[in-house]
Write a protein that binds this ligand. Sequence first.
Ligand code: ZN
Length: 138
Amino acid sequence: MNIDSIKNGIVIDHITAGRGMELYSLLKLDTLDCSVVIGKNVGSEKMGKKDIIKIDADIELDTTILGYVDPEVTINIIKNGKIVDKKGVTLPEKLVNVICCKNPRCITSCEQELDQVFTLTDKENRVYRCLYCETKAK
Ligand code: ZN
């Protein structure tokens, strides 16, 4: 897959193979009017296989979600068919309303007004726990 077809937009590159769809749904890319292309298991010299997402519009991406799903991704900003900027993301310390707690007895399941808050409790293993009941995400 090449990026030549995009004039102005964003390419999310170096996504760990298999995580592209998760990013697609968490970033709510299905709600965009522009064209979005997901490449799955694309060959990569560096990673063997990777996923890649091309968005044919200059939108604001939620870097918290990107960092949560895959802190290894690279964001390429394309202007006039050229890469003008490359950005990495970092593992977020806190997730607010990104994912929901799976514990049916968690207070966030009953109180709809409460924010769904997860905090990073184990950086090395990328473990997030619900702020209220400490249930592990994923
Ligand atoms: Zn919870």
